[in-house]
Design a protein around this ligand. Structure first.
Ligand code: ZN
Length: 127
């Protein structure tokens, strides 16, 4: 089972030239079709990752993870991008239940910031 998954990753990696870290790696990988160009690509998550994380991922960072601005999310985060057409693979599409990757921990304050909701303490105001 794990072997089949690894073989599939290596098959896609040969075409897309994306890295497949092995051993004690913080990265988790899965394959899916890019929503725009339909190329089969590898998408990554990593240990400690949160939803739309703006903390840098661990080194060495796969070259298809970039800090990008998403108009839809109205914020920047470390996103998986397609190695062919460079479009962001949105987190809704790469994580379960729609995508191949296990869901990262949610991060309420980050989600609130993305939504443009400021908590009172963020404004430095007394509550
Ligand atoms: Zn693409």
């Amino acid at each position: 089972m794990i072997n089949e998954k690894f073989k599939n990753l290596m098959r896609v990696a040969e075409i897309t030239m994306q890295p497949v870290p092995t051993g004690d790696t913080p990265y988790t990988m899965g394959t899916m079709d890019c929503w725009r160009c339909e190329t089969e690509v590898i998408v990554y998550s990593w240990r400690g990752k949160t939803w739309m994380d703006d903390n840098p991922p661990p080194d060495p960072v796969p070259h298809t993870i970039e800090y990008r601005y998403s108009r839809k999310a109205q914020g920047s985060y470390w996103a998986n991008v397609c190695p062919c057409c460079k479009v962001i693979q949105g987190e809704n599409f790469i994580y379960e239940p729609r995508g191949p990757l296990p869901h990262p921990k949610s991060h309420p304050s980050r989600i609130l910031r993305i939504l443009g909701i400021k908590r009172r303490e963020d404004n430095g105001e007394a509550t």
